[in-house]
Design a protein around this ligand. Structure first.
Ligand code: SF4
Ligand code: SF4
Length: 238
């Protein structure tokens, strides 16, 4: 009927006229942000163990870590850590992967800058970590020493990676293990096996880091055996 749509439209306008405003007068008034809002990625250098897991996890190469072994402390330390915010897609993968909880998002959402270079934030760590040899004229003894130091450095790094992965599995088992299981159900079964059996966990983790396909096969075997045991147990009860 003529005019019916107009009246309907006017009625809708009238209804909204008396409702509470949803818009705010930004920037005078700041918006309410939910607890899990992802704004600016923050890095806590004091907690960082220089394991590089975050940089390897980031799909957009936003994070870059330079580290070196500190001969005084015998530990790997951060020299510089940079976050190139312009490429970050706020996926949170780095935050979840960091075993030392050094990364988190705050509520700062005004991320634009006048100069492109200022978008990248560089954190300075321990300065002047000395390289093993500077002039390239090291003696054979020095080279051997450097080599063995490199080897032990590699071993330290590997041990740290294994430790970090074990902690990640303990902290978030299903999520981490879903990469090595065929289904979500299999990931849950695998998680319950590894959390209750430290020996299996420490056996599987180094393989997970070195050979994903092999780790998948072993994980699959663990899950199949568990399913078989459960079926046998059920059959016995009946
Ligand atoms: S949130 Fe995602 S894209 Fe951004 S730095 Fe972390 S892993 Fe990379
Ligand atoms: S994962 Fe965490 S501890 Fe490891 S390098 Fe990144 S920020 Fe540092």
């Amino acid at each position: 009927m003529f005019g019916k749509g107009l009246i309907k439209g006017m009625w809708t306008t009238l209804k909204h006229l008396f409702e509470k405003d949803l818009t705010i007068q930004y920037p005078e008034e700041m918006p309410y942000l939910q607890d899990r809002y992802r704004g600016h990625l923050i890095y806590e250098i004091d907690k960082c163990t220089a394991c590089n897991i975050c940089a390897r996890t980031c799909p957009n190469n936003v994070l870059h870590l330079e580290s070196a072994r500190n001969e005084a402390t015998k530990k790997r330390e951060v020299v510089t850590f940079s976050i190139d915010h312009q490429y970050c897609m706020f996926c949170n993968l780095c935050v979840e992967a960091c075993p030392a909880d050094c990364l988190h998002f705050n509520h700062h959402f005004e991320l634009s800058e006048y100069v492109r270079d200022e978008i990248k934030v560089v954190y300075e760590g321990t300065p002047n970590l000395a390289p093993l040899q500077e002039d390239g004229k090291a003696s054979l003894g020095e080279l051997a020493e450097a080599k063995s130091s490199e080897t032990s450095d590699d071993e330290d790094k590997k041990a740290k990676q294994i430790n970090n992965m074990i902690n990640a599995v303990k902290k978030n088992p299903v999520k981490v293990l879903s990469r090595y299981a065929d289904s979500e159900e299999a990931a849950e079964i695998l998680a319950s096996i590894l959390i209750n059996d430290e020996a299996k966990l420490t056996r599987l983790v180094p393989i997970m880091l070195e050979d994903k396909e092999k780790a998948k096969k072993i994980a699959n075997a663990f899950v199949n055996k568990e399913l078989k045991d459960r079926a046998a147990e059920k059959g016995g009860e009946e």
